[in-house]
Design a protein around this ligand. Structure first.
Ligand SMILES: Cc1cc2nc3c(=O)[nH]c(=O)nc-3n(C[C@H](O)[C@H](O)[C@H](O)COP(=O)(O)OP(=O)(O)OC[C@H]3O[C@@H](n4cnc5c(N)ncnc54)[C@H](O)[C@@H]3O)c2cc1C
Length: 284
């Protein structure tokens, strides 16, 4: 399908972006890789009379590895994440998750900022960022603020970002311990039926901390504090994993759709989380 007519803008800096957003109000939307927004415009599910392309805006494409944090510019693509060896060596879960998003063509264009700002419960990076306790920096007419990923998602396509704010950076505390991103999908290139991000710390055979988030099992990503807590202080044995799965099932709220009925999704969520915990623990 062909989208409705729109004005196209390509500013060189953030001041230019913000001034168009202020001028055009609700009629304007930023575009990053366009691989979620353009299909929505073509399907006439998004009406965007003024489209602001972020491609030329300076300073949004860097990956900076600090001593304690990783800073990823919003325009860094999923392909950039996969290719960046220093990043993969300190935070391999990012590459593991990015490799499970769509296909290479989508990953060349799809950005980290677009993936986390979109608010689609099917996107993989929101849950991943909740697991890693990332923060999103947004800039708007009133300046800059940081929003924890765990507080960012309010409902499907509704986030704590205001319409006139642009997400510029994702900041992640340097990950420690074992990790896994496990995803069940119907075929290559598909969104998750269920996916789990797990980060876990092993202190002499006992779980010292565990962070767990789930994808596409509610209208937002689900950070399950209770599931992580069920593992802490245990040797991550079968009983502890069952307790974590039970806690996670209490936090998610899947709906029936073309990926299956609710009971099936809950079953898959349990299988996927168990696999993710086992893999993360084996790496911890
Ligand atoms: C065939 C196909 C399969 C896919 N499969 C998966 C999958 O399995 N898992 C997955 O996670 N994703 C999947 N995607 C989505 C893909 O990863 C998208 O590229 C991504 O979700 C959005 O990134 P983008 O840069 O293309 O954003 P865009 O499409 O440009 O933007 C998406 C939304 O975010 C907003 N936005 C973008 N950047 C910013 C910013 N910096 N600040 C504020 N708002 C912003 C836009 O206004 C828009 O509302 C798939 C896409 C396709 C086409």
């Amino acid at each position: 399908m062909i989208p409705a007519a729109f004005e196209y803008y390509r500013p060189k800096d953030m001041a230019g972006v913000l001034s168009i957003l202020e001028e055009q109000g609700d009629d304007a939307r930023v575009m990053a890789g366009g691989h979620s927004l353009i299909p929505m415009m073509k399907l006439r599910m998004a009406d965007v009379p003024h489209l602001i392309d972020l491609q030329d805006v300076e300073g949004m494409s860097g990956i900076d590895l600090g001593a304690e944090t990783i800073r990823i510019g919003a325009m860094v693509t999923q392909h950039d994440i996969i290719e960046h060896e220093p990043l993969a060596s300190v935070a391999p879960i990012l590459r593991e998750a990015a490799l499970q998003i769509a296909d290479p063509q989508v990953r060349y264009m799809g950005t980290v900022g677009g993936n986390v700002a979109n608010g689609d419960p099917g996107n993989d990076m929101p849950g991943l960022m909740q697991c890693l306790d990332a923060a999103f920096t947004v800039v708007g007419p009133d300046g800059q603020r940081d929003i924890p990923a765990r507080n960012f998602y309010e409902a499907a396509y509704m986030t704590a970002r205001e319409d006139e704010e642009v997400l510029t950076t994702v900041t992640i505390p340097m990950p420690i311990g074992g990790y896994a991103y496990e995803k069940q999908k119907r075929k290559i290139g598909d969104y998750a039926t269920a996916a789990a991000a797990v980060q876990i710390v092993n202190d002499g055979g006992t779980c010292a901390s565990a962070s767990i988030a789930m994808t596409n099992l509610s209208d937002t990503p689900i950070y399950s504090e209770a599931a992580g807590a069920a593992l802490v202080g245990t040797s991550v044995d079968d009983a502890a994993m069952s307790a974590a799965v039970a806690a996670m099932l209490g936090d998610i709220d899947p709906t029936e759709d073309n990926r299956g009925p609710i009971a099936f999704k809950k079953h898959v969520a349990g299988v996927i989380l168990r696999r993710a915990i086992e893999r993360a623990w084996s790496r911890a």
